[in-house]
Design a protein around this ligand. Structure first.
Ligand code: ARG
Length: 484
């Protein structure tokens, strides 16, 4: 307050020399009388996690140095020296020769301070017209820009393995379920292709997220835009962005792109978790549809016979943490006034965690399913038990003019009869069927096998072998030509 009054009266501000005698070493320490408390320094420091952005930060700074040269803030020689020093810092960090300091707050200030150490006062020019606010938003977008393509690559790999598995087991029949009750016979390959479709949507989602990420905030400075006529379009091109942000305030305070990424990650994890759940169920003694490879299971420290599906369980379990990351981001952002607020520093760990989880889960899931043994005979046996072709029988009657509701009732009675006499539909004779409806003809018994049931679903998207083969072929071709 006192200081403000002095300023109003036009009293000269203390000289830099006076300030220097005070303790703080921060680049922003000019207006402070006291250094930051150690506890506050520890509390606000983010370098232990945002160090991950060092490469993006340096690449950005190199491009920015060139932009400053073009507007005559840096001379040619200064620009060259700055770039050389930044390249050396990059190498130093990469080779673990440089350790970043927590008391310098974040990765951005660490790199700036390293630069000043190397080139002296000239290094102090680099932050002209730039704020950590547009700097960090640019770094994070550059980071995600790269990671999004990594994730897309891993999704494709998993899709490819699904196609291999579907092809190798093209005509294996299994029970399809609703409410986890046996419903209708389906092809195992059709079941696998359902996951292919989910992953296809995930991939498309990540491609769209990539487009959202592809906007460069640099040049927005703290919030109002930079004072210097830097060539933002040129900078964007150099940094791999195809667009520049249109509003400086939005640019520095927008984390939608990070939320989009983690949201797509949460959806992908949800799909993998459902698949993991099925793998867990299928590998039980009760189902015994598959056998997980030894390499991707664990034993029990007490029960010698156990073979546990821990990988699949952890995939299911890790879904929760990615949902948590999404919730964290949404909650951090929900009450923030424009523009930048320090709360936003909390975005990084959630984003990094989602990236790490996807990059850990996708490859191991792919490896696990690639080497899983399929017990085709058990699947086929299961599909024959539980009257799974009852609906086909009802449709047989429908085709002979019986209204569906009536046909449903007749077949319900046939099922009850079979249950009482411990018999499967497939083994009913024509005279037995005729007792329930005179509409049954000589060909009725032929449609009761699981094989004829799946073949009859000859509709696009259906489970007939011809349709599934076609969909695998189409998917294979699509994947091969997919340039995303
Ligand atoms: N470490 C900060 C973050 O990650 C960088 C931006 C800090 N900006 C500031 N004005 N305090 O968000």
């Amino acid at each position: 307050m006192a200081k403000k009054k002095k300023a109003e009266k036009g009293v000269k501000a203390p000289t830099a020399g006076v300030r220097k005698s005070r303790k703080s070493k921060k680049p922003w320490s000019g207006r402070f009388e006291h250094p930051m408390a150690k506890s506050a320094e520890d509390f606000t420091s983010s370098v232990h996690f945002d160090v991950r952005l060092y490469k993006q930060d340096i690449v950005q700074s190199i491009a920015y140095a060139r932009a400053l040269f073009k507007v005559h803030i840096l001379s040619g020689a200064e620009c060259k020296k700055t770039i050389k020093a930044l390249e050396a810092i990059l190498k130093g960090i990469e080779k673990n020769k440089i350790k970043l300091k927590p008391d310098l707050e974040d990765v951005h200030m660490n790199i700036e301070s390293l630069l000043i150490e190397k080139v002296g006062d000239m290094g102090k020019k680099l932050h002209s017209g730039r704020s950590r606010n547009d700097q960090v938003a640019t770094d994070l977008r550059m980071y995600l820009n790269f990671e999004v393509t990594e994730v897309i690559f891993l999704i494709k790999k998993l899709q490819d393995t699904l196609l291999d598995l579907a092809e190798a087991n093209i005509s294996v029949i299994m029970p399809g379920y609703t409410h986890l009750q046996r419903a209708q016979p389906i092809l195992f390959s059709h079941h696998l292709m359902a996951y292919f479709e989910m992953l296809e949507r995930d991939k498309t989602r990540f491609v769209k997220v990539g487009e959202e990420i592809d906007v460069m905030p640099l040049g927005s400075a703290a919030l109002a835009g930079t004072n210097f006529k830097i060539d933002r379009e040129g900078l964007a091109k150099e940094l791999g962005f195809s667009k520049v942000s249109r509003n400086s305030m939005d640019a520095v305070s927008d984390r939608d792109f990070a939320i989009d990424f983690v949201s797509a990650a949460a959806l992908l994890m949800m799909h993998l978790s459902r698949f993991a759940e099925e793998i867990i169920i299928w590998s039980t003694y009760e189902f015994d549809y598959i056998e997980l490879p030894d390499q991707f299971t664990t034993g029990s420290s007490i029960m010698p016979q156990k073979k546990n599906p821990d990988i699949a369980e952890l995939v299911r379990g890790k879904t929760g943490r990615v949902y948590g990351d999404l919730m964290a981001l949404l909650t951090v952002m929900k009450g923030l006034p424009l523009a930048y607020n320090r709360d936003m520093q909390e975005d990084k760990e959630a984003v990094f965690d989602a990236v790490d989880t996807l990059k850990a889960v996708l490859p191991i899931f792919e490896e696990m399913i690639r080497s899983t043994k399929i017990h085709a005979e058990n699947m086929e046996k299961a599909a024959k038990k539980g009257f799974l072709t009852a609906t086909d029988l009802a449709y047989y009657l429908v085709q002979r003019g019986v209204p569906f509701r009536e046909a449903h009732k007749i077949v319900g009675e046939i099922v009850a009869y079979c249950e009482d006499s411990n018999m499967e539909l497939e083994y009913l004779s024509l005279p037995q069927l005729k007792q329930f409806s005179t509409a049954f003809g000589y060909d009725a018994t032929r449609i009761l096998s699981t094989k004829s049931s799946v073949s009859s679903k000859d509709v696009s998207g259906g489970t007939s072998p011809a349709r599934v083969k076609e969909s695998i072929k189409r998917a294979r071709k699509h994947l091969l030509h997919d340039k995303t």
